[in-house]
Design a protein around this ligand. Structure first.
Ligand code: COA
Length: 331
């Protein structure tokens, strides 16, 4: 009997309508379009506006697009994982609400948090359920409303992040397509370089934490940059080496969209020409858990069955890694 592999069989995505351009940011903080573009590659990002709309709103929209495209009955989905660093609430699982709202009444659902590596780690989790034969339809959604934890008076972070969501359906494959290998790592040394101090069990919310702006994301950009460049490039190179993939064998790099310079360093290390590197950071900025599925959705029409994709991500914690996946369909 051939081994069951876990393939991505459909994708969907959603970004909110409001476009926060670099020009708009110039009116909020001391920055300019030229600085942001040359340092990060970002031109604009999407922001979810409206009272009472959290990350679930983005996740539901992305899932609904996938269901509609695939003509999939949500009742067939057995598990929904929402990869997110900005859940609707600290305790009630966002995924459970998303599942109910999209009509996935036969699914169980939970959230997975690994900062900007949430979706990458989620791919490993989703694939494991499929490979084991335990479930046949697992929906992985990467969604973040980063604007809910961004300080729009802090020019070092507000220029980077945006809101968005993407979804991928994982199903068994008997042609050997889908997830081939993974190299996932973490290191707690990163905890103080990229974090949101308050609101967790270590420092619960108080008047003091609000006053000190500790419910916003903080990062030591330079240190994060150094770790990210090294580790994203190293893990991508490692996965190529382990699977005997030359730069010619790799059809696409699917890199976390944190900074164009980090992406360029990773693709250079892999020896890839620009045409093989998925990139949409200029339009969405860093959407944390949503970057990878947003790329898949944007590039879906160019992907061919059998294409070799190398995913690479890096995030707070630190968390990082790389996944080698064979694309399973022509759209
Ligand atoms: C944040 C980041 C873009 C900053 O770029 P950088 O080249 O490291 O810039 P620095 O922090 O050294 O700042 C250089 C100068 O620009 C200034 N600056 C910082 N933000 C600015 C902004 N938005 N506009 C204009 N100037 C800015 C700094 O104050 C500093 O000025 P100084 O030299 O007078 O002190 C970069 O460090 C980065 O991308 N880091 C990784 C972030 C990341 O990917 N996070 C998510 C990981 S998943």
């Amino acid at each position: 009997m051939s081994k069951i592999t876990a393939a991505i069989t459909a994708v969907g995505s959603y970004v909110p309508d409001f476009v926060m351009t670099n020009k708009i940011l110039e009116t909020l903080v001391d920055t300019n379009d030229e600085w942001i573009t040359t340092r990060t590659g970002i031109k604009e990002r999407r922001i979810l506006k409206g009272e009472g709309l959290g990350t679930s709103y983005l996740a539901i929209k992305a899932a609904e697009q996938l269901l509609e495209k695939q003509k999939l009955d949500p009742k067939e989905i057995e598990l929904i994982i929402v990869a997110t660093a900005t859940p609707d609430m600290m305790v009630a699982a966002t995924a459970a609400y998303v599942a109910s709202e999209i009509g996935a009444t036969n699914a169980f659902a939970y959230d997975l948090q690994a900062a900007c590596s949430s979706f990458l780690y989620g791919m490993s989790t989703a694939a494991s359920y499929i490979e084991s034969g335990r479930y046949k339809k697992v929906l992985l959604i990467g969604a973040d409303k980063m604007s809910s934890i961004i300080d729009y008076t802090d020019r070092t972070t507000c220029i980077i992040f945006g809101d968005g969501a993407g979804a991928a359906l994982f199903e068994p494959n008997n042609e050997g397509l889908g997830l081939q290998d993974e190299y996932l790592r973490s290191d707690g040394v990163g905890r103080n370089f990229l974090k949101m101090d308050a609101g967790g069990s270590l420092l619960p919310a108080s008047e003091e934490t609000v006053k000190n702006r500790q419910h916003f994301i903080y990062q030591d950009g330079k240190s994060v940059f150094k770790f990210a460049v090294t580790n994203m490039a190293d893990s991508a190179a490692k996965i190529m080496e382990r699977n005997n993939l030359s730069h010619e064998d790799v059809d696409w790099l699917v890199p976390h969209q944190a900074n164009k310079r980090i992406i360029d360093a990773t693709s250079n290390r892999m020896g890839l020409e620009d045409s093989k590197v998925m990139m949409n950071i200029q339009r969405y900025g860093n959407t944390t858990s949503a970057t990878l599925p947003l790329l898949l959705s944007d590039y879906e029409r160019q992907l061919k069955k059998g294409d070799n994709l190398v995913f690479a991500a890096f995030g707070g914690g630190f968390t990082w890694g790389s996944i080698y996946l064979k694309w399973a369909y022509n759209s």
